[in-house]
Write a protein that binds this ligand. Structure first.
Ligand code: WQD
Length: 350
């Protein structure tokens, strides 16, 4: 199939593009490179031997989208493009509502105009907000607690209304828990702009020595060691779920929602110990007060994705962290570093 991947130069977008190409799909990427560079596309070519067709621009650019649909026989869309920082969304909610919602409206209008109705949407466990009970199930109440989370929830509701009025739409809303890790080649990975806000990129930079120590946000949660618990999932497992979702919606027109997690939670202190094992480095840390907006514990029930998609996360926590560390070691400056001095992986069975 020819798949349009919006935000395909991003962390999850690039990993998903690799999996799609390796499953013999043709991929077309649109990305405004606001949080990335062209480098991930070069790395995708180094891994797969194929450079995806690429258009630099905003998904809100109706003319550009129409050009893409006119030029390519797009059969389905995976929609990653959007702003994704919780903290940033609190500081600038209008920018988040405009960017994330407007781009989705223009995308869906254009898809409909070209009779393309298969859509995989990148949602987030953030839609559950401070939901107390774990494991989290898809039918539990949603109550986003940040403008970022509310944009994801609003888009989920827009897609629900879309399907309700036009049954030709076949949609998978994928609620990610905590994606971490990198492709085993170390050529693509998570490249946060500036100071990382997420745990694993921060751990990686402390292990490298570019950051002094980790601030552990709170040790007074109702968890065994008092620190926050999350469901960390390998980004390649997540990418595989997108490929399986594309296949599923092609054969099951409707509106579908899936949690994508491992079903297991790990605390911050457990992650520190696991990262020390994976990297062989000591991670200095200090305990700080809780971070505004954080929840104590969150992990998925991923049984629905297993039953419907035939998908479940395969990679262990050590694999996730070893892959994250390899990416960090090979790319101390992230994508700033050109490909030329990167080892090109022998093509291994995935
Ligand atoms: C994980 C745990 C922190 C950093 C966020 C977004 C979510 C999704 C994934 C987009 C928590 C603790 C973290 C640090 C710490 N993004 N921590 N020190 O907050 O679960 O989810 O990223 O979809 O929407 O909210 O991930 O990695 O920031 O935090 O102690 O320097 O690590 O308190 O318990 P989070 P995270």
């Amino acid at each position: 199939m020819t798949i349009l991947v919006t935000g395909g130069a991003g962390y999850i977008g690039a990993h998903t593009t690799v999996q799609l190409i390796e499953q013999n799909h043709d991929v077309v990427i649109i990305d405004n490179l606001s949080h990335s560079t062209i480098e991930p596309l070069r790395r995708i070519e180094a891994i797969t031997g194929e450079m995806p067709r690429f258009y630099q621009g905003n998904v809100q650019d109706r003319q550009l989208l129409q050009l893409i649909f006119q030029r390519h026989n797009i059969e389905a869309v995976i929609h990653f493009a959007g702003s994704k920082s919780v903290g940033e969304s609190v500081a600038d909610p209008l920018a988040y509502y405009h960017n994330n919602i407007a781009s989705t409206l223009v995308l869906c209008q254009t898809m409909s105009r070209f009779n393309v109705f298969n859509l995989v949407f990148s949602s987030s466990a953030a839609v559950y907000g401070n939901n107390a009970s774990v494991p989290v199930l898809e039918n539990m109440p949603t109550q986003a607690t940040s403008p970022y989370g509310r944009t994801k929830l609003m888009i989920e509701q827009i897609l629900e209304d879309l399907h309700a009025t036009d049954s030709r739409w076949s949609i998978a809303r994928l609620r990610y828990f905590n994606p971490i890790g990198a492709h085993y080649s170390g050529l693509i990975g998570e490249d946060p702009q500036g100071l990382p806000s997420n745990l694993v990129p921060y751990l990686s930079q402390v292990a490298m020595g570019s950051l002094e120590q980790l601030a552990v946000f709170g040790d007074d949660y109702d968890t065994p060691d008092g620190t926050g618990i999350r469901d960390f999932i390998h980004v390649v497992d997540l990418a595989d779920a997108h490929q399986k979702s594309l296949h599923f919606i092609a054969g099951h027109p409707g509106l579908h929602t899936f949690n994508l997690g491992t079903g297991r939670g790990h605390s911050v202190l457990e992650m520190i110990a696991a990262f020390e094992l994976a990297s062989g480095k000591t991670i200095p840390y200090t305990i700080h007060p809780r971070r505004e907006g954080d929840i104590g514990k969150s992990w998925a029930c991923a049984e629905l994705a297993k039953a419907k998609l035939g998908w479940q996360a395969k990679r262990t926590l050590q694999q996730m962290l070893q892959d994250a560390w390899r990416w960090q070691l090979q790319n101390p400056e992230g994508y700033e570093q050109p490909l030329l001095n990167q080892p090109i992986p022998l093509r291994m069975a995935s």
